[in-house]
Design a protein around this ligand. Structure first.
Ligand code: PNS
Length: 157
């Protein structure tokens, strides 16, 4: 049985993330989507518990995918969740440098390997930071996020 950890800030989880979770669901026996605090991103729109709740609702159609929130090192979360590897999405070359460095550091720290999956081209322009900006300025993001996220962004939850 192979289990994958899909970590991220997920503030909020968007359709690019959901597409990746769906792909991982078909590739692995078990997938844990973990909302983690990113020390380089001080401000958050949603609490960690809210992020995990929205992820859980968004992946409810995928029986082998679960959502958690955690703090600390991602390699420790791999151990805590009994997963075997880290999986990250790549939207394009701009993501690659930082993701490669984190993957190499995490392998150095713990021996855990990171696998990269390409984001679907139709989602490659979506970023949580843009979703937050558009939403805060009154624009619609309903076609970029799962309904569980959209309803909270519009205050209908
Ligand atoms: O969605 P993001 O912001 O790209 O996610 C980044 C995240 C949360 C996965 C990354 O910051 C992370 O792994 N944080 C946990 C702390 C940690 O382990 N840092 C060392 C990684 S080399």
């Amino acid at each position: 049985m192979t289990a994958a950890l899909f970590p991220g800030s997920f503030d909020p989880f968007h359709n690019g993330h959901l597409g990746l979770a769906e792909t991982m669901s078909s590739l692995f026996d078990r997938v844990v989507v973990a909302a983690l605090g990113n020390p380089q991103k001080k401000t958050g729109m949603f609490t960690m518990a809210e992020r995990a709740e929205m992820i859980a609702e968004s992946v409810a159609h995928l029986p082998n995918v679960e959502a958690v929130h955690a703090s600390g090192l991602v390699v420790d979360v791999v151990k805590e969740t009994a997963t075997d590897c880290i999986v990250k999405g790549l939207r394009g070359i701009a993501d690659f440098d930082n993701e490669l460095q984190m993957a190499q550091m995490n392998e150095h720290l713990s021996g855990v390997q990171t696998l990269f999956l390409p984001t679907a081209p139709e989602h490659s322009y979506i970023a949580s930071s843009l979703v937050r900006d558009i939403s805060r300025l009154g624009g619609s993001v309903s076609d970029m996020v799962p309904s569980a996220v959209s309803s909270r962004l519009t205050g209908q939850a």
